[in-house]
Design a binder for this molecule. Structure first.
Ligand code: GTP
Ligand code: MG
Ligand code: ZN
Length: 301
């Protein structure tokens, strides 16, 4: 496509100073980014123009609806992708999730104003090793997450039909797969979009090059409508500093009791007259979720 003037495009991948964009006619083209315009991220809508020769350049970034971010070692936010409808938090029977991983993700997704979905992958494999391990407990708590109102989709990339529940959920929406390294995010994309040539671990094992790990966040088109974004795996999901209100609202079952504590600045730790703590004692809030809240509260101070 020859671009006469400015044209809207969608950023498929961003490497900082350059990336690849999708043009309205479906063509994918390399594109340069300009520092003065700011850094476009995967999922950004941008206006591009023809630069010298065949290359494109981003002229402006259109306003973002939202961002999915994570914190680096110093707690600084790093944008992973923009303009999302939902975040698919992928956990698997192996590697087992790390402790509080799900609460960390849910907190982040809620505070960013995006919709979370839990994907429980590798259901063809039994939960490994010690079933009392923190990670095994995350999986054992799936019915609790469901009871809290979260959507949970069980998947397997090794059985048929292993991903049936996902198709409908993804249609006409922009979704990002996040989670620990090796839980099967890229494999899920391969299953969902069989025409995509994404390398998975199995593929690189076959070529003897070791396990393939996703290194860049990348957006794919879903035939028939919607977009699906693959992201690099993490070991622990880094949270940035949240205010107490964001922290408590990430625990959705606390809601009926918020504002009912004796002190209006109650952080629901050891204050007298805490309505949240009372609800825990009465069994109306699950003890394990409250303990997770306390751990996150402590890490957040
Ligand atoms: N048994 C089983 N293996 C799976 C399943 N899904 C993925 N795998 C395997 O798990 C390994 C890791 O899969 P990937 O799709 O590369 O995982 P990823 O989440 O993209 O990992 P990163 O890119 O490092 O974040 C590969 O060897 C896959 O073949 C599944 O449902 N069942
Ligand atoms: Mg991957
Ligand atoms: Zn309280």
């Amino acid at each position: 496509m020859t671009i006469q003037s400015q044209t809207d495009a969608l950023v498929l991948v961003s490497y900082g100073g350059h990336g690849v964009v999708l043009l309205p006619d479906g063509e994918r083209k390399p594109c340069k980014f300009r520092r003065k315009v700011g850094r476009p991220y995967c999922g950004d809508r941008v206006e591009v123009a023809q630069a010298d020769g065949d290359s494109l350049v981003v002229e402006s970034i259109l306003p973002r609806k939202n961002n999915f971010v994570r914190a680096d070692d110093r707690g600084r936010q790093q944008v992973i992708a923009a303009n999302l409808d939902q975040v698919l938090i992928v956990v698997a029977t192996r590697p087992l999730p790390s402790r509080d991983l799900m609460e960390r993700y849910l907190l982040a997704v809620h505070s960013l104003g995006i919709e979370p979905v839990i994907v429980y992958n590798k259901t063809d494999l039994a939960v490994a090793a010690d079933e009392t391990a923190a990670g095994a407990l995350v999986l054992a708590h799936m019915p609790d997450y469901e009871a809290l109102g979260y959507t949970i989709v069980k998947t397997s990339c090794k059985t048929e039909p292993g991903i049936a529940g996902l198709h409908e959920l993804l249609r006409n929406r922009t979704s990002i797969l996040v989670g620990q390294s090796g839980v099967g995010k890229s494999s899920l994309i391969n299953q969902l979009l069989p025409d995509m040539d994404i390398q998975t671990g199995a593929l690189s094992t076959a070529t003897g090059k070791g396990t393939h790990t996703t290194t860049s966040t990348m957006l794919y088109e879903i035939p028939g409508g919607g977009y699906l974004i693959d992201s690099p795996g993490v070991w622990e999901f880094g949270l940035w500093k949240l205010d107490n209100q964001q922290l408590e609202s990430g625990f959705i079952e606390f809601k009926p009791w918020l504002g009912q504590c004796r002190f209006n600045n109650c952080i629901h730790a050891s204050e007298p007259g805490c309505a949240v703590k009372q609800a825990v004692d009465q069994g109306r809030i699950r003890e394990w979720r409250y303990q997770s809240y306390l751990r996150l509260l402590e890490q957040n101070i």
